[in-house]
Ligand binder design. Structure first.
Ligand code: R5P
Length: 279
């Protein structure tokens, strides 16, 4: 790996512990003004200090993020379909590598839709982007997007992650699932997990905890952070799980403290989770 590629990778996956907290705010690229992300700058600003990197499109980067902020950027460069359109998998590369360099992106992100009508097209997009990324020393994050009809199990996600790695992606983002260690075992590049739809906070923390315990390099999380009423505490808690190896109860206490201050929950954990801790 060349110096530039190594340097950019180190901004995404922290070399101290080989872990990563990526804050995802790219949802508008196909969902439009997603709940709580209607005014991106409002939601992004207070969370920036707790993320290792920020994943978004060039439009939201230019309009909603202060360029004086030093946070590494993971630039989403695929899109072209919407939630109300015919087929979400019909994506193209929307942003050139020249533009990504202009924006000082540390990583390029692109979705692949394995098993979909546009599987070939999205995998070709990934391969082309890796070729460009290698030329300029910019790593590529493959986002294993899942259609409504596709199972989120280890067999399918393992297939998608492995294909991403085979095509040269440097990092892959997928979903946590049962037998997640099988996904990790078959994938020679770092795997990070999305949070998915908003869960109870304690459940989202458990998801992050289980993922890193089973080999994930960290998270690329959005809705479960900024759709929470305690978004700052939520990202702090996720960060503590990823970088400080806190267990779920310890991390949830970060939220409880804030909730107690607001008088929403008193004293102990409302939902005690039995966590198989390896520590
Ligand atoms: C999905 O297409 C986007 O790339 C999101 O960035 C990704 O799914 C992570 O966000 P969330 O944790 O909300 O699922």
């Amino acid at each position: 790996m060349d110096w530039g590629m190594k340097n950019r990778m180190s901004k995404i996956i922290r070399p101290e512990d080989n872990r990563c907290v990526m804050l995802a705010v790219d949802h508008g690229y196909f969902l439009g003004p997603t709940e709580r992300l209607e005014v991106p700058s409002n939601i992004i600003k207070p969370l920036l200090s707790y993320a290792d990197s920020l994943m978004l499109t060039r439009g939201i980067l230019r309009t909603s993020v202060n360029p004086n902020n030093g946070l590494p950027i993971v630039l989403r460069v695929s899109g072209g379909s919407s939630i109300v359109g015919e087929d979400l998998s019909n994506e193209t590369i929307t942003t050139s590598v020249e533009e990504a360099i202009r924006l000082n992106a540390s990583c390029l992100a692109i979705s692949i839709f394995v098993g979909s009508k546009h599987e070939h097209q999205t995998l070709s997009n990934l391969a082309k982007l890796v070729n460009e990324g290698e030329r300029y020393g910019i790593p590529v994050l493959a986002v294993t997007a899942v259609g409504k009809e596709m199972a989120r199990d280890a067999r399918y996600l393992g297939l998608a992650c492995r294909i991403a790695a085979e095509l040269g992606a440097h990092i892959v983002k997928t979903y946590y699932c049962e037998n997640f260690e099988k996904v990790i075992e078959g994938c020679p590049i770092p795997v990070i997990i999305a949070g998915g739809k908003k869960l109870q906070e304690v459940d989202a923390l458990e998801l992050a905890y289980n993922a890193v315990q089973h080999g994930a390099a960290g998270v690329d999380m959005g809705r479960n952070i900024w759709q929470s009423d305690y978004a700052v505490e939520m990202i702090k808690a996720v960060r503590a799980i990823v970088h400080e190896n806190l267990n779920v109860n310890e991390a949830y206490n970060i939220l409880l403290k804030a909730k107690n201050e607001k008088g929403e929950e008193k004293g102990q954990l409302q939902q005690q989770k039995i966590v198989k801790s390896t520590d």
